[in-house]
Design a protein around this ligand. Structure first.
Ligand SMILES: NC(=O)c1ccc[n+]([C@@H]2O[C@H](COP(=O)([O-])OP(=O)(O)OC[C@H]3O[C@@H](n4cnc5c(N)ncnc54)[C@H](OP(=O)(O)O)[C@@H]3O)[C@@H](O)[C@H]2O)c1
Length: 310
């Protein structure tokens, strides 16, 4: 049996290397991806013992959930798989607004169940906070769905520390998903200490900084997607960021690993990070990310990586 760890206190057991599927089915960040290739990412991940898939209504929109659900169903391994999905985006006449109202969340779970072709969702996140709904009320709606067996655990995403505390007033939050990577470490100031103290699992998104921490880019790499406007990828900042990534190469070489593996292994040494969800556009990437599990970082390695990006 492939390695499994529990996500906090959720009762969900996952391979620590999960699969981010925002590229499966096409997404505004990574448009024009081939659907067959997206399905192959999921298929090969399952065949190689991965069982933690992160999707959302808005990826596609809807299409990522549909494709992920289809491949999981075909695999016949639904019982071993942990599906995480998210909702909050309400699209009316082409305009998108966030909605965390109990009615919207309950309707979202029902429609996600259909797209995923399943009768339960292992981990359901409120994708983004809205402006109006008290957070404990929103999470309370998910607790009702949990009591009915429609969702197995409750997550929130992109919540500030204040919103997280309010959402978790009854202790119902199992998982927080937030942006966190070696370039963006703001979560260390408040969110990570809170999740560690409250046995909430912290799932970092953009763990590879949209590929920048994968160690494959140089100053001449051109991007034709949202990265073309991402501040991490612009001018002098991009060059400085690449120099930091270069400093990881010696550490990676010492471990006979690639830069992406030492980066991903570093997150797994953090308190309350049980699993990560690097994104993959091709099956080779998803399988390559699995090699992270062979990397054992020493205390000195952990400190050295920390220092480069502190
Ligand atoms: N909750 C939220 O609001 C939120 C927001 C964003 C994302 N997410 C979740 O987080 C997941 C991850 O985000 P992401 O995919 O956008 O970014 P990411 O994980 O930081 O970067 C993924 C990109 O890194 C490159 N890569 C992947 N494996 C690699 C490897 N082994 N070696 C070198 N490069 C590699 C690929 O890009 P190239 O092939 O182009 O190099 C890949 O598309 C998403 O799929 C989604 O599930 C959640």
């Amino acid at each position: 049996m492939t390695e499994r760890v529990q996500l906090g206190k959720s009762g969900l057991f996952v391979n620590p290397i999960g699969v981010g599927t925002n590229a499966v089915g096409g997404h505004n960040l990574y448009p024009n991806l081939d659907e067959e290739q997206g399905k192959e990412v999921v298929r090969q991940a399952i065949e190689n013992g991965m069982n933690f898939f992160d999707t959302a209504f808005i990826y596609g929109p809807e299409r990522s959930e549909e494709l992920v659900g289809q491949v999981i169903k075909e695999s016949g391994k639904r019982d071993d798989i942990v599906i995480a999905t998210k909702a909050a985006h309400k699209i009316i006449d082409g305009e998108t607004k966030m909605d965390n109202s109990p009615k919207f969340l309950k309707d979202s779970v029902e429609s996600a169940l259909k797209r995923l072709q399943t009768d339960y969702i292992d981990l359901f996140y409120i994708h983004f906070p809205d402006e109006d709904t008290p957070k404990a009320e929103a999470v309370g709606a998910l607790k009702e769905l949990k009591d009915q067996g429609k969702v197995k655990s409750i997550g929130v995403s992109n919540f500030s520390i204040e919103q997280l505390k309010e959402a978790n007033v009854d202790g119902y939050v199992d998982v927080l998903q937030s942006e966190y990577n070696l370039f963006k470490r703001g979560a260390e100031n408040d969110l990570l200490p809170y999740t560690a103290e409250n046995n909430i699992s912290f799932v970092p998104y953009f763990p590879l900084a949209s590929g920048l921490l994968g160690g494959k880019y140089d100053e001449n790499t051109k991007f034709d997607d949202l990265r073309a406007n991402d501040p991490l990828f612009q001018g002098e900042a991009f060059k400085q960021n690449l120099r930091k990534v270069d400093q990881l190469r010696d550490i990676a070489a010492k471990k006979e690993a690639e830069v992406a593996h030492v980066v991903l292994a570093w997150y797994l040494t953090r308190d309350s990070i049980d699993a990560i969800i690097p994104g993959a556009k091709r099956p080779e990437q998803v399988l390559n990310n699995l090699k992270t599990l062979d990397v054992k970082l020493t205390a000195e390695d952990i400190e050295a990586i920390d220092k480069i990006f502190r």
